[in-house]
Design a protein around this ligand. Structure first.
Ligand code: HEM
Length: 424
């Protein structure tokens, strides 16, 4: 092994502040140890799977590999607290944590909502929001932090608009999302404490606070949409029936949480990562600017390149064998999506940013199988609208300082991305 990192370092959020080192580790693992047992201090052991074809094959067998028992990597102490409070080690139980029929019935609630036909009606509204944010960038006078000033706010505005959340509450939702996904990041922690809503003690109590705040926030919206349904996502969730019965309060809150949170940090990271790729590969920037129709494939490359979701986990219900190693029933396997996205067995020259990569074979940054990201189409649509507005208006753009990354083992991307630009 030549990487500075060891597999157990993938349990350390700060490792993801240096993505090149993480990619080097994945490269070596895909080659020499495509499944490896990892035993980080403070965490239950797990197996790490790094090749594209293995992850896709595993996710296709959802009857054997379950999401529910252990969905994401959490410190053992945090899992123990969640177990006591929520009766499972994951804490909350949104779609990503469900299995079998229960999962399908809940996924069906918003499946149509996120489908092409329904989203089409929002295309003009999304284009208006994109324009508003490109105007904001222009108004900033030629310098901004693309991540902190633009990328984190634009997808948030889109999702909040589709959900029916008023503008004045967006900052609150962003803070709660980042706290949920990146509880260890110092800057995010400080921001959360500054807001004064919940003073952070431990990771588990912070999550409890965040879930409590989300529940509180959406309670009155649920009542309102049950009385007077609108065309928004909150109305769909508030009025959903599972086998003829309304969803319970905690289930409803978890549904809001995933709808409100899954879509913006991920899309923000991919927009930042995409622009960063365009700056690092100027030939690709020139190509895209000369043919904006390439945005159709380019935004998918933004997502492959960034792979903001660092993992999900699955637990087999029976003993299984991978590359000569036996994984016992009940032992969790971590699916390393960013590794799959750079697997040269599937992607030609994976460390090159190419905006016109063929659509097939697709990448795994949106996952695969029954849990495939519900917001995939929306994420691409949003990024296309933004760059379709931005690129023709830009005269020049260059890196304006050091790029830094969010410290998180779950969802991470650029935290700070200073750029200098002129509008034409
Ligand atoms: C570039 C942006 C995004 C990325 C990289 C991403 C990635 C992912 C991944 C990896 C999963 C788990 C898939 C699996 O387990 O196989 C997922 C699930 C999900 N995503 Fe996304 N996502 C993005 C944007 C969005 C958006 C915009 C929304 C909606 C507002 C959304 C909503 C969901 C939901 C509801 C699930 C759960 C699906 C299920 O478990 O059935 N995502 N996403």
């Amino acid at each position: 092994m030549f990487s500075d990192l060891l597999p157990e370092d993938l349990a350390r959020p700060s490792s993801f502040a240096a993505p090149e080192k993480v990619y080097q580790l994945y490269r070596e693992l895909r080659q020499d140890a495509p499944i490896v047992r990892v035993e980080p201090r403070g965490y239950r052991p797990f197996w790490l799977l790094t090749r594209h074809e293995d992850i896709a094959a595993l996710e296709s067998q959802a009857e054997i590999y379950q999401a529910g028992p252990r969905t994401v990597l959490l410190p053992e102490k945090v899992e123990a607290v969640y177990d006591k409070i929520y009766g499972n080690p994951n804490g909350v139980r949104p779609l990503t944590h469900m299995d079998g029929e229960y999962h399908w019935l809940h996924r069906a609630v918003t499946l149509e909502w996120f489908g092409a036909k329904n989203l089409k009606q929002f295309v003009p509204a999304i284009a208006d929001i994109a324009k508003e944010f490109v105007d904001r960038m222009e108004d900033m006078g030629g310098e901004c932090d693309f991540s902190a000033d633009i990328a984190y706010w634009y997808p948030l505005r889109v999702v909040m608009t589709l959900m029916g959340v008023p503008r004045e509450d967006e900052a609150k939702v962003l803070r709660l999302t980042q706290r949920l996904f990146s509880p260890k990041d110092k800057d995010i922690k400080a921001q959360h404490e500054k807001a004064g809503h919940s003073v952070v003690k431990t990771e588990s109590s912070a999550t409890q606070d965040v879930v409590g705040e989300f529940a509180e926030y959406f309670r009155s919206m649920t009542e309102d949409r049950r009385r007077d349904p609108k065309r928004d996502i909150v109305s769909t969730i508030a009025n959903a029936q599972i086998k003829g019965c309304p969803m319970g309060d905690h289930e409803t809150t978890c549904y809001y949480i995933i709808a409100a949170t899954a879509g913006h940090d991920t899309t923000a990271a991919s927009s930042g990562g995409g622009l960063s790729g365009l700056l690092d590969f100027p030939d690709q920037m020139a190509k895209l600017r000369s043919d904006l129709d390439l945005l159709e494939t380019a935004t998918d490359e933004f997502v492959r390149w960034t792979a903001p979701v660092k993992h999900f986990m699955r637990t087999p219900t029976q003993d299984v064998e991978w590359h000569g190693e036996t994984v016992k029933a009940g032992e969790a396997i971590m699916l390393a999506y960013p590794s799959a996205c750079r697997d040269d067995r599937v992607h030609e020259a994976p460390d090159e940013f190419r905006i016109d990569r063929p659509r097939s074979p697709g990448h795994l940054a949106f996952g695969y199988g029954p849990h495939l990201c519900l917001g995939k189409r929306l994420a691409n649509l949003e990024m296309q609208a933004f760059f379709r507005e931005l690129l023709p208006r830009l005269k020049s753009i260059e890196l304006g300082g050091k790029r830094t990354y969010i410290e998180s083992t779950f969802v991470s991307g650029l935290k700070s991305f200073p750029v200098r630009y002129t509008f034409g």
